[in-house]
Write a protein that binds this ligand. Sequence first.
Ligand code: IMP
Ligand code: MG
Length: 183
Amino acid sequence: MIPSFERAIERILFTEEQVQQRVNEVAAEISEKYRGRDLKLIGVLKGSIFFLTQLARAITIPVKIDFLAISSFSHKSGQGLVRIAKDLDDPIEGEDVVVVEDIVDTGFTIRYLMQTLAGRAPNSMALCTLLDRTSRRIVQVPVDYRCFEIGDHFVIGCGLDYKQHYRNLGYIAVMNPSLLEKS
Ligand code: IMP
Ligand code: MG
């Protein structure tokens, strides 16, 4: 049985209103920075879709969107093996792209992704993440836009999952640690 929201949540970290307000601020920064340019948002499936939608709707210039999906293995061993499981639909050569992530943790996923995309010769590339957990960073990645820095607890909601569930929570919550499988 999948625990209910009530059981799964230890406490709310950021309410829906706090998330919306912060996303609006970051959207305003991006709108300002890319005004007059042809911006493409690249969402990393599946975690980023809720954030990307909210961000895109708050951005006040026209944007294009595309998606890719990543699979990662053996994070635990500190290896950080990552591959593209579903690629973008279109090339990004010569384009101004902002990669949109749900969370940057160790940094393995996003470093691999940014390196791979950089090889496709975009005009510019930036990273925008809903959450940043710098305390667990293993590889350095420049984060251009971040909504919130968080501590070392596992979170769900606003696209973030535990075993594919809880992405549809409208706020960001700390997962009840007693339900997390030891690994
Ligand atoms: P990284 O390669 O360690 O930076 O891993 C980032 C990925 O791990 C994210 O895209 C998430 O899918 C997942 N992740 C890391 N921390 C959490 C969390 O607290 N809740 C849900 N997913 C997480
Ligand atoms: Mg993810």
